[in-house]
Design a protein around this ligand. Sequence first.
Ligand SMILES: *[C@@H]1O[C@H](CO)[C@@H](O)[C@H](O)[C@H]1NC(C)=O
Ligand SMILES: *[C@@H]1O[C@H](CO)[C@@H](O)[C@H](O)[C@H]1NC(C)=O
Ligand SMILES: *[C@@H]1O[C@H](CO)[C@@H](O)[C@H](O)[C@H]1NC(C)=O
Length: 578
Amino acid sequence: MAEPALRQRKNGTPADEQKANGTTKPNVVGGKGKGSPSKYATGLIGLVAFVFAALLYRSDYFLRQHVAPELETTTRLPADLQRRDAVVQAFKHAWSGYERDAMGDDQYHPISKKGTNLTDAGGIGYTIVDAIDTMQIMGLTEEYTRARAWIEKSLSFDRNGKFNTFEITIRILGGLLSAYHLCSGDPLYLEKATELADRLLPAFETPFGLPATDVNLGLRKAVEDANNVASTAEVGSVQLELRYLSHLTDNDEYWDKAENVMKTIKAATLPSGLATIYMGTESGQFLMSQIRLGSRGDSFYEYLLKQYLQTNQTETGYRELYENAMTAIHKTLLRTTPAKNLTFFVELVPQRGRRGKIDWHAEPKQDHLVCFLGGNLMLGATTAGADKHSVSVPPMDDELSPTGQRDWKTGMDVIETCIETYKGTATGLSPEIVHFRTSDDGLGSTAKTDWYIKGARGSSKEPPYDARYILRPETIESLFVAYRLTGDEKYRQYGWDIFQAIEKYCRVETGGYASILNVDDVNSKLEDRMETFMLSETLKYLYLLFSDESVLPLDKYVFNTEAHPLPIFTPQSRRPFT
Ligand SMILES: *[C@@H]1O[C@H](CO)[C@@H](O)[C@H](O)[C@H]1NC(C)=O
Ligand SMILES: *[C@@H]1O[C@H](CO)[C@@H](O)[C@H](O)[C@H]1NC(C)=O
Ligand SMILES: *[C@@H]1O[C@H](CO)[C@@H](O)[C@H](O)[C@H]1NC(C)=O
């Protein structure tokens, strides 16, 4: 597994030796869940599914149900068909390279035209499953049919290898669940999702229920980090997927495991409302480590809000956790730059001072990953921060609570900052990490820009790690949410500018898109890698940005942190999280 930091989007796992903790747990067959049907039943279900699926294609039912913008002339936010279709062409271009060169491999390398797998144990459909719901949403029937056939014939999770619990959950489990929903219930996806979840569940057999970082899918065993450490984002971002699976199967086990993690997190939360980026899987506590909204922290905050939204705002326990966290980040992490007054969030780094006292040092450094927060704050403002169930577009001041108004404004400001980090580079693409100027950084107050790429000067050498753009989606995700909530055309324009920069600098002519190593160099070298989130997130959010508002409306769906849409539902007989 070369370069895990690049493969793993949110949370590179610390280098460690493998240590299986030996919780072998048989595949549990619940009394009321789908369980494992007999061979006959499987055959029957398969046949019914086939006939059903054939009918669906015939009538293009799944397309019409979710994607019929041309027919809708009365929506407030109509589609921009030309731009939307350009995004579809980009998806086809990205997929065609993969399908031609690497179909069935987990990852795609568009320059060498090769595929690789995450482990030597064989592929698990990483790219295909992550991409298939985008095909459904875009109405790409031919690509969809071939991808589905691969899942039916070739997808196997019986792989004796070590897989990251979080990444597998958000990309594959999330992808299967969205595919299931979007095609109105093709049982293939639910069977695969259930099998995968059953193989993941042993990861949760730790003293406080925090999932081990890795799991051996073939052996159905947790593979704990050597130091029993897990990222906060990782343990806190598997809940939407497991809960929806319980909702579909009536098997509570997935829900209980997911909720148990949140109980542990709630019990451990620091008085400030903030969370450090590591937790101990044996202690159930936050460990002394950085506090930040970027890598290893990000989607923990995202899922606090989205768990509240997923169950149709019935679980106020999640709203409280979310509001406390947002109040804490406003109090301690929010800053503005001296010249242009750009809003950003610092990272806090613990330093042991004299007599062992911990001092928190603020670093004015922001990951591109943090750009998800702009849209997330705005979404939170119009839901958790709203006085009524549905607010105007854009919301009126008096529809939002004081914290809702605060979050709305910060969300918009964060998006502007992220856009500045795109507009301010030679390629129009944003770097992986930016540093911000502060009034006391000793660099003087005359600098033209308010932010910079650390280590970027001294040009002859290789560009610094921070300077790369790896096709990340977070800013586009925020633009999509902001557009839906405001109707302000500037968000579509920002998104279009980014899309054109991707086309210009990242497109590989023979098929696929690659990362670029230096956003400040129009002749930048490319890196031979197309992350799966290009297909599942970046292009999907661009498509949705230019679609009309009836496609996956935000009051009916939550998007998991890999952009897989899951429907909002009201639980009938479940005790809400408190
Ligand atoms: C990836 O795994 C699949 C399934 O085992 C296999 O067919 C394929 O050849 C593997 N690809 C590579 C590049 O090893
Ligand atoms: C800077 O931005 C903050 C946050 O949006 C705002 O409250 C403040 O008024 C701005 N200051 C100036 C000088 O524009
Ligand atoms: C969510 O709750 C609202 C208000 O209580 C209700 O009108 C709506 O139908 C619910 N939505 C779903 C998907 O259950």
